[in-house]
Structure formats: structure tokens, C-alpha cells
Write a protein that binds this ligand. Structure first.
Ligand SMILES: *Cc1c(COP(=O)(O)O)cnc(C)c1O
Length: 360
């Protein structure tokens, strides 16, 4: 009994240490988790109301077509319903796309330091990976375009990029798309779309009219604060969506997730407040980093990627963990989810302590 050989090279996803484990291991009362880019303000209060007042029959399968949600999202974005595909979080859409498009005789192009699920599923399908290192912390679009050949099926652009928070600008994206053959799918992962406030962050929905080989991905997990429900969606041309629908499981999004997403969409104020607070807190972090010789990338997400000179990411991670703060360590830096004002202030104090230790 054996799984596919390539699975032996992969590890199952480990969501980091649980808060209970950290509490026990370090004898702490309070744990703050700023590791998974969840919304520190929760979600719209409308959501609890919607899922408790419109209690569905739990014995009935969900609406596999997600008709009501489809209508809401279509009008929210100004697209047609047949341009949308819903999934159990973007994680599932990534898996679906890769299952539908990649195999051993194909390759896929992505940044080397980006969201790891593209790579993970491409390996499971035995496709060749073409990973292009970031350049100055950003997607190297010129090199990515060069990597494309007749066997290339999908190019991934994570925008803003997780874990760096950096982004591809409108003009850069326009230039890139104009060079890509129309039989190569370009996936724009816009999981943090709502957080991006810079005016040159691309407005991609209009590009769908020009490029049939474009798929935009958005999720309810981040700014909408619904990560626990698992719901996200893709936006593309009707013909692409129709083909992908074949690879979608019949009831992949639950009734409650659909209801929650509908009510979250109706509360624009909640998302606006979330985004404004995030931008304000990011500015405070930048000021603090500048004052403490901490290096960072300016971020268009709800997280920031930093380095402390003289400290390894493992050292920073461990120092914070022992005080009850869970962040995300990467080989070349630390990713911190932007928390509430109080959380950020406390974390800055701890980071300052690390800087003091390392500089003395
Ligand atoms: C969080 C995240 C996802 C996955 O989100 P879901 O919760 O599965 O919708 C996808 N892409 C990026 C870049 C992310 O950060």
C-alpha cells in the first residue's frame, strides 16, 4: 500500500503550535496568536445574527450552485454570475485548479517565496516547478515571463504577496499580461485585496474583459474575518469557469458558510473599519521599525515581514513564543499579523527588547 511517490517528499500542513500547547509548555496564562493573518477584530456582528436567525435545515444538502451568494458577489463586483466559482477557502480553489490543469508533462511558474499551497499541489500532480526568487522582495515578473514555455499551464502571482506584503503595481501587471501567451492561465491570488490601499494596486476585474486566461482569487477568510467558515471564490471568464466547475465537489461550500458570506458582504462598514485600522497600525509599526533598525517591507496586507539585524528568525520566534506571542518564522524573516492596537504595542515592546539584547 503506497501513496504516490512524490507525496513522500511533502509534509502535511502544520498550523503552528496551538495556543493550548504554548500555554502548557511555557506555563503562561495569556497567548496572543499573530501567525495566520486572521482578522483581529473578528467579523461583522451581522454574521452571528444571520446564522442563528436563518437557521437552515441541517438535514438538507447545501445549495451546490451557491445561487444566492453568487448573485450577491456578482453584483458586489460588477460581474456575471457565470464568472464565479466558489470554494471551501482559496486553499480548495488552488487544489481544484491544479488538479484540473497540471500533470507530469506540464510546468507551473511562481515566486520562490510565496504562498506554499501552489507548490504543494503542483508536486502532488507531478508537475515541474519553476520557482523564481523575489527581486528586492517583489515578484520578478520579467524572469517569470522568461520561464514560460510550451509546457507552462499556470503562472501564479500572489498580490499582495504572502509572506512579504509587497505588491505588483497596475502598470507592471498590464505589461506582464500583454506578454503572456493566451493558453497560459495567470492566477492572481488577491486574498488580501480589501487591505490594499495604494492607488497603484491593480484594479483587475476590468482586465477580465481583455484576458480570458486570467483567474482572480478572493476570500472571506481575511478582511471579512470568516476564516473558520472556509469560503472563497475565483473570478474568470465564463468558459474557464465552466470547465473548472467539473473539478468542483458538488457540495464544497456549506450552507452556513454561504449564509455567513452573504451577511458579511452586506456590512461594508465592518470591512472599511478593519482596513482603516490595519493601515493605521501598519504606519505605527513602520515608525517603530525605523527607530529600532528593524528591516521590513512596506505591506499591502494585514501582516508585515521583518528582520532584526544580528538575530535569526528562529531566535526571534523563540523569544516571542516563550512570552506567549506566536508569530510565523520563515528562513529569511518573521511574518507578524497586524493585531489590535494593544497587541501591537505590547509586541513592539518585546521586539525592542530583542533589539537591545542583540545590539549590546
Ligand atoms: C490565507 C491565504 C489563502 C487561503 O485562504 P483561505 O482561507 O483558504 O481562503 C490563499 N492565498 C493567500 C495568499 C493567503 O494568504
Amino acid at each position: 500500500m503506497n501513496v504516490k511517490e512524490q507525496l513522500l517528499t511533502l509534509k502535511p500542513y502544520i498550523p503552528g503550535k496551538s495556543t493550548e500547547e504554548v500555554k502548557r509548555d511555557y506555563d503562561l496564562d495569556k497567548i496572543v496568536k499573530l501567525a495566520s493573518n486572521e482578522n483581529p477584530y473578528g467579523c461583522s456582528p451581522n454574521v452571528l445574527n444571520a446564522i442563528t436567525t436563518q437557521i437552515p435545515s441541517f438535514a438538507i444538502y447545501p445549495d451546490g450552485a451557491a445561487a444566492e451568494l453568487r448573485g450577491k458577489v456578482a453584483s458586489y463586483l460588477g460581474v456575471e454570475g457565470n464568472q464565479l466559482i466558489f470554494s471551501s477557502g482559496l486553499d480548495e480553489l488552488i487544489q481544484m485548479l491544479i488538479r484540473a490543469m497540471l500533470s507530469a508533462d506540464s510546468n507551473t511558474v511562481m515566486a520562490k517565496e510565496t504562498f506554499p499551497q501552489y507548490r504543494h499541489h503542483a508536486i502532488i500532480e507531478n508537475a515541474e516547478l519553476r520557482e523564481v526568487p523575489l527581486k528586492d522582495g517583489k515578484h520578478d515578473l520579467d524572469e517569470m515571463a522568461k520561464q514560460i514555455d510550451d509546457q507552462t499551464k499556470i503562472v501564479w502571482i500572489c498580490n499582495p504577496n504572502n509572506p512579504t506584503g509587497t505588491y505588483v503595481k497596475q502598470l507592471e501587471l498590464d505589461g506582464f499580461l500583454s506578454k503572456i501567451p493566451n493558453n497560459v492561465l495567470v492566477v492572481l491570488d488577491e486574498a488580501y485585496f480589501e487591505y490594499a490601499t495604494n492607488s497603484d494596486y491593480p484594479n483587475t476585474i476590468p482586465l477580465l474583459q481583455q484576458y480570458e486566461n486570467l483567474l482572480i482569487m478572493r476570500t472571506f477568510s481575511k478582511a471579512f474575518g470568516l476564516a473558520g467558515f472556509r469560503i472563497g471564490y475565483g473570478i474568470g471568464s465564463p468558459s474557464l469557469i465552466k470547465q473548472l466547475e467539473v473539478a468542483r465537489l458538488p457540495f464544497n461550500t456549506s450552507t452556513l458558510a454561504q449564509t455567513a458570506a452573504i451577511s458579511a458582504l452586506e456590512d461594508k462598514e465592518f470591512v472599511e473599519k478593519t482596513v482603516a485600522l490595519n493601515a493605521k497600525e501598519l504606519e505605527k509599526y513602520y515608525k517603530f521599525f525605523d527607530e529600532h533598525q528593524i528591516t521590513y517591507y512596506r505591506s499591502q496586507g494585514n501582516f508585515v515581514f521583518i528582520n532584526i539585524p544580528g538575530a535569526t528568525s528562529e531566535e526571534i520566534f523563540q523569544y516571542l513564543l516563550e512570552k506567549g506571542w506566536i508569530v510565523r518564522a520563515f528562513p529569511n524573516g518573521i511574518r507578524i499579523t497586524i493585531g489590535t492596537e494593544d497587541e501591537n504595542e505590547e509586541l513592539m515592546k518585546l521586539l525592542a527588547e530583542i533589539v537591545t539584547v542583540k545590539l549590546s
